[in-house]
Design a protein around this ligand. Sequence first.
Ligand code: UDP
Length: 327
Amino acid sequence: MERVLITGAAGFLGSHLCDRFLKEGFEVIGMDNLITGDLKNIEHLFPNEHFTFYNHDVSNFIHIPGKLDYIVHFASPASPIDYLKIPIQTLKVGSLGTHNCLGLAREKNARIIVASTSEVYGDPLVHPQTESYWGHVNPVGPRGVYDEAKRFQEAITMAYHTYHGVETRIVRIFNTYGPRMRLNDGRVLPAFIGQAIRGEDLTVFGDGSQTRSFCYVDDLVEGIYRLLMSDYAQPVNVGNPDEITILDFAKEIIKLTGTDQKIVYNPLPTDDPKQRRPDITLAQSILGWEPKVHRSEGLKITYDYFKSLTTEELNKVEHKNFEKYSH
Ligand code: UDP
């Protein structure tokens, strides 16, 4: 059996990737330090004899006994409010964590894919964003800790590819949604759905004219899998180009949930990108990939997931022990 290490395995994307690789017949080693991940996302995998879990912070040296064929490096806080709370850890996992994963890939002669992001484009001046655009990032703003860590990640990944001949892949992920997102991670979709279910007003930041393009998680996982199996080492955008303003998105959620919640306007966070839409021409041509799930369908599945949570889970105030990880 081929063996794959998935970092960030207990997170939203990491857990879906574990499911996919197990389905493809791999032996999966999941790794997570559970700062933002949750064991609940992978507890269904523990009885599987082809799944092993290590509670480990990839910013520290990684030891995996035996062979490894692939590494899927997805460990990182991923929501703006998380990386505001743990900025240094965010920088460390993107830089030191990636360095450790690349060193492991070299040692094991494994192919590695790293999770990059549309945030490498910052508040983009080119629209839609193509891979050849170098971005518009404020390095010292609140988002800089994530954006620059991911930009460093791309640079060190290319360096390992060029100087050490490591087989590397870089996926630039755009906004993704689906079951297992953390209800209270601050991102717009769980925020709006949570508010609608609890009967609260929906909080649109700014005037809501900023845009995002939301990709359903199964489509994203398919794109990632295809890229890993391809022979293309340059960065590739994977996302859904179906762009919508945040205000229209709030209205869609109100309609979907059948509630009559009001929309309230809160201040726009610093450096919040005004527009975002992937140009996926490259993914279409080299991977034969494009998203299949329409937002109406994906949102319904996601809403059903959130509705299935208990009232206790829905109202839970998060007590994540971020203090412990502040350096
Ligand atoms: N947003 C919002 N209300 C919320 C949470 C987020 O209007 O309760 C906005 C946020 O300002 C941004 C967009 O929704 O313009 C997407 O935010 P998110 O944190 O999900 O991800 P981002 O794409 O900014 O990383």
